[in-house]
Design a protein around this ligand. Sequence first.
Ligand code: PMP
Length: 316
Amino acid sequence: SMSSTATPADKRAAADAVRGGVPTPSPHYAAAGLDVWTMMNQVAASVDAVNLGQGFMGFAPKSFITRAAQEALDESSHHQYAPPRGRPALLAQVAARFSRLLGRDISPASEVSVHAGANEALLSAFTAFLEHGKGQEVILIEPAFDQYTPNVIMAGGRPVYVPLRVCTSKDPAKEVISSSDWKLDSAELEAAISSNTRILVLNTPHNPVGKVFARGELEEIAAIAKRHNLLVVADEVYEHLTYGVEHVSIATLPGMWERTITVGSAGKLFGVTGWRVGWAVGPAALIGPTLAAHTRIVFTSNTPLQEGIAKALSLA
Ligand code: PMP
């Protein structure tokens, strides 16, 4: 047994001994910590079910997309490190696209960064704006995409959860509940904010509920973000999955561009999630630090598929 005078090194050695001399991992990554996707894919495979969980298509991406990647691979200059911010051709396409979507002139040189999927854009943003050991908090709206919680913790933050609640007079046994029946209570949101709160993660269109936040709801969230000087990390990877409802980027609301990092995904846009290309868009003061974190996490995203996505965007 370990005496109370045991040093951290003693404790570590004891833990390693229990593991038969094998080095002890961080508890965050130990043992059976399967992610929900791997878990559900295994369950679906074991019972031979149709698996709608991870959005795997039963068909190929559009041929103009795969052709763009093949052409990019055939180019001899597309096989070495990209600049950390991203390949110029892709930065230009993303800037043009978001200039249109956000209704402002976006600079490819300072207001866009390319990432290894939206996942890594999110981790980079959290890493850039959170400090370890300071008790800094991040508001997550539940239910939430599974990656937020561990990524916030990795970056030194503490997740604070605010629920979406089903608010409807419909009888769920008899009537279909709509994703828009899930509401965020703005008083409940504001009550969860403390002097330690740094970031609000807003996912619209929302995974898993499918809710597309209405303009009025976003205006209430924006007012709270401004009142408490929060960074909003706007995960809009499903920007086109709106089924007739208007998608509003919170970055377009008054006073919100300055405090919003909008995250997107080429994987979601073109049905090529395995390519691992995504981006972050926002003012230079927010994208600069996000890019600095990205540079230390993965350095750059892969070159040929950035070129492929740039070409596909130019044709889309
Ligand atoms: N955000 C949400 C809400 C998602 O559902 C996903 C993918 N499931 C991502 C981000 C990550 O996207 P990417 O594949 O570009 O990393």
